[in-house]
Write a protein that binds this ligand. Structure first.
Ligand SMILES: [Cu+2]
Length: 164
């Protein structure tokens, strides 16, 4: 009786342990590291989300689309200096992530653009974001909101950008 009890206990442990690797979003070849959104001033209609996308597979993948409950539309954007003016444009074909490589979305560069914000992004809160990859499929992440001053370069605020 005692050994049977022990056996049952071990079986429960095994089931529990095997369930652990199944994270939200399932086992994926893509990991989303250090996602963060920049806090917005009251009344702002747009916001930006940054992160590092790590591709653990030996074939390239592509961030094709994104969505969030807090924005009417979510696009993948790139910022670049064109004729001395910082501009941003939508990457209509998405953002490529090299095989066994990574891409970092950061201020002044690639970002996920929230358009038609339904609420102010307040530091300390979080927003949901679903990323759609060509191969890895959908990955949902919870994105912490950080203060507006958290741009490492201290320049290139969203207010200075020109929409192309
Ligand atoms: Cu943008």
């Amino acid at each position: 009786m005692r050994s049977l009890y022990t056996l049952a206990f071990v079986a429960v442990l095994v089931v529990f342990a095997s369930g652990v690797p199944a994270r939200a979003g399932g086992p994926s070849t893509i990991t989303v590291e250090q996602p963060w959104a920049r806090a917005t001033p009251a009344g702002a209609m747009t916001g930006a989300v940054y992160m590092t996308l790590q591709n653990k597979s030996d074939s390239p993948d592509r961030l094709a689309a994104a969505s969030s409950d807090v924005a009417a539309k979510v696009q993948i954007h790139q910022m670049a200096v064109v004729n001395g003016v910082m501009q941003m444009r939508q990457l209509v074909n998405g953002l490529s992530i090299p095989a066994s490589g990574s891409v970092t979305l950061k201020p002044g560069s690639y970002h996920v653009m929230l358009i038609g914000l339904k609420k102010q992004l307040i530091a300390g809160e979080t927003i949901p974001l679903t990323l759609t990859f060509a191969k890895a499929g959908n990955i949902s992440v919870t994105v912490p909101i950080q203060a507006m001053g958290s741009n490492p370069s201290g320049k290139g605020g969203m207010g200075k950008m020109e929409m192309k």
